[in-house]
Design a binder for this molecule. Structure first.
Ligand SMILES: *Cc1c(COP(=O)(O)O)cnc(C)c1O
Length: 479
């Protein structure tokens, strides 16, 4: 949903900019909502993170690089842990926050999540292995996935994960057999497709959802799945129902419909089948700012609103069973914790002024990365913003498009942005908001080694994921 920023008119000659992009009064200014809290500009105009200059980072670690503000990550994780859960502690049966590791996971990040007292969501054997290597407590891990292999399920059960979110009848059978074989009782949740699909400010609510995840509520599959789990009380422990309605969501209205539908089934399983589930999961998908157009709720606002939603929607449970214990709620934010903590630092290689219609010009600024380190622009038409990072410039704003070095015309990092008109080869460009689904979705396209992840904290920068080398890539070739 793009909207025109009220009151902003584009100056003549800037016809290349989209309507939503405001003409900057200061092309060097940082919009705080886009950047990790530890990012600043020093007296030379150099962008700094946790007191470390990006020029020094580029010299020491090379470009491109993902640069994480460790404290920012920890603060956002803590805000979810404390501020989001507070209203649930006060008004309901409490809440747990699972960091969705698929947004970005490495050993250091798993360690931080553990230290900050969050739970962790994994959706593959690989992500589980990261958790295992840092000694993440099994009972604080949840595992998802529509096609977990038997080996992945076995690894999860052997590690003692706190919940496996079952996604098919086949998987229920597999877990029953595994539980028998290993002599354990496996805690499970049932992934319910509630017929709500949410994006940004709008959501679609239908009866049926045409997608691969979960058990459909409307078709009765979700109830049948819950009963299939309950049919094996020795092997499986039905902890609750689970739903996840989308990503980059800014309003709670979609969660309201999802919670209502989830509670409906929760109550039916209690009243008709005599099983009162102790938990309920509302998934992730909370939005973050990529551009001036995004205004996410804070974890405190989100907690307050979602607690209100759950409180209202649980009324039928209270009516049906007055002394019923309320379920403990969990959520699974990924993007909203890690996304804003990170920016990607690139070096400009070439700048090309391309004439458009009606005399407008667009600067094509080619950087030393691209769709291999951030595929979201090409994949989802995602919007990003960026800043000149390595020096001051007093030049006029010019409409720019930051593009990568790959052999695709769709290889775009930042579709539309104003940069100083004197941007030149050798300049550093920083793209904020690249913590989620960038490194996680990165590729080696064109035999491009993946950038490192650098974490900065208290004036010190260190590598937490090293840069890939061409030898790493070629080590897989069998001559
Ligand atoms: C992707 C996903 C999340 C995290 O989504 P974000 O948009 O990163 O918050 C949480 N839960 C499930 C089941 C998911 O698939």
């Amino acid at each position: 949903m793009r909207s025109h920023e009220a009151g902003v008119l584009h100056a003549d000659g800037y016809g290349a900019a989209p309507q939503w992009l405001p003409y900057p009064s200061d092309v060097m200014a940082m919009l705080p909502q886009l950047w990790a809290t530890g990012v600043d500009r020093d007296h030379d105009g150099v962008l700094t993170v946790a007191g470390v200059r990006t020029t020094d980072l580029a010299a020491r670690f090379g470009t491109p690089a993902y640069v994480m503000d460790e404290q920012d990550f920890r603060d956002r994780a803590r805000a979810f842990r404390d501020d989001f859960t507070a209203p649930f502690e006060q008004r309901l049966a409490g809440a747990d926050v699972y960091y969705a590791g698929k947004a970005f996971l490495c050993s250091a990040v798993a360690q931080w999540v553990m230290e900050e007292g969050l739970h962790l969501d994994v959706c593959s054997g690989g992500e589980l292995e990261v958790a295992r290597r840092v000694g993440f407590p099994g009972e604080r891990i949840g595992m998802h996935g529509n096609n977990k292999s038997l080996a992945e399920l076995r690894a999860a059960v052997e590690y003692g994960v706190g919940r496996i979110v079952v996604d098919s009848f086949t998987e229920i059978d597999r877990l029953v057999r595994l539980a028998d074989e290993l002599g354990v009782r496996v805690p499970v949740m049932v992934r319910v497709t509630v017929g709500v699909e949410a994006h940004t400010h709008e959501f679609i609510a239908t009866a049926h959802e045409d997608q691969k995840f979960g058990f459909s509520l409307a078709g009765g599959a979700a109830e049948a799945a819950a009963l299939a789990v309950l049919a094996h009380p020795e092997q499986l422990d039905l902890r609750g129902l689970h739903s996840h309605i989308g990503s980059q969501i800014f309003e709670v209205a979609g969660f309201e419909v999802a919670a209502r539908r989830l509670v409906g089934l929760h109550v039916r399983i209690a009243t008709e089948h005599g099983h009162l589930m102790p938990e309920m999961d509302l998934g992730g998908g909370y939005g973050m700012s990529y551009t001036s157009q995004h205004h996410p709720l804070t974890p405190a606002e989100l907690g307050d609103q979602l607690a209100g939603v759950v409180e209202r929607e649980l009324k039928p449970l209270r009516d049906a069973i007055p002394d019923a214990p309320l379920p403990r709620v969990s959520i699974e934010p990924g993007r909203s914790i890690v996304g804003p903590s990170t920016f990607t630092l690139y070096e400009v290689g070439t700048v090309k002024a391309v004439e458009l219609d009606q005399g407008a010009t667009r600067l094509y600024v080619s950087v030393d990365g691209g769709m291999s380190d951030n595929v979201r622009t090409a994949l989802y038409e995602a919007d990003y913003s960026c800043l000149m990072a390595g020096r001051w410039s007093a030049a006029e704003p010019a409409v720019a498009r930051v593009v990568g070095k790959h052999c695709e015309s769709g290889d775009i990092v930042v579709m539309d942005e104003y940069l100083p008109a004197d941007v030149a080869p050798g300049d550093l460009i920083a793209v904020p908001g690249t913590g989620a689904y960038c490194r996680a979705l990165s590729s080696q396209y064109n035999h491009t080694p993946r950038p490192p992840v650098i974490a900065a904290r208290d004036g010190v920068a260190r590598v937490i994921v090293r840069r890939e080398t061409i030898d790493d890539i070629l080590a897989l070739d069998v001559p």
